[in-house]
Design a protein around this ligand. Sequence first.
Ligand code: KMH
Ligand code: ZN
Length: 274
Amino acid sequence: MSDALLITVAPTGAETAKADCPQLPTTPEEIARTAAECEAAGAAMIHIHVRDTSHQPTLDQALLREWVAAVRESSSLVVQLSTGGSVHDPLEERLKVLDAEPDSCSLTMGTTNFGDDVFLNPWPFVKDLYQLALSRGVAPEFELFDLGQVHALDRLLREYGIPDGGKVHVDFVMGVPGGMPGTAPALVAGVTALPPEVTSWSATGIGRSTLSVAMASLSMGGHLRVGMEDVLTISRGVPVESNAQLVERAVDLGRIAQREPMTPAGCRELLGLG
Ligand code: KMH
Ligand code: ZN
């Protein structure tokens, strides 16, 4: 792994209601401001879930394009669109996310229980999405919610090869009720099982696992994803004020590990984007 620390910010997600968390960025103006603040704080990539004018999650193509444009105008962050969407989004619409021409897209390697819901990622969908990303030159970030998904990634790469850019970047999403726990031993197991083609990895811990996963990742030379998609408190009972606050904390943790934040240009290189 490189010494520079990739910090990806996941500022919105699809699970939190604006009414419960007014500081959640849910409009083009708010996402543009968030992107600028998070880049200034040290983020290099943004993982985006779009909301509609009622602040509800949407995969509406016009809004996807509007949000991508807003982030590109206000920052030079690498733009990653979520193809996971919300647990209610149909698979066909999730494939069409790539029409909005992001730099990168999330690609979850298997179906996961997600609290009381099911986050559906059947194998044919995974294969279709991967081939689409390859054909469009969109860099996939493989999301791994469970150890079995690490092995599914191995199978996918064996069947379809690696992206033209020569890079394979994955992100461990830990602590989802239904997925692997957000613990150091679980991260060690996941990293140990990664296929040899993987060139970089990051990790994020949901909710109260956020700090233990971040510190475990840094101790193993990994990168970090942070943001209000994954955690809404900065410490027990204290709400997060902004996504930039979480990025700042990640930068501070990285500096303790003697890792300086990666620039967006460094992230493009890490992802094999031309
Ligand atoms: N909202 C979750 C059901 C992704 O962005 O690719 C799925 C998710 C993963 O957040
Ligand atoms: Zn997401």
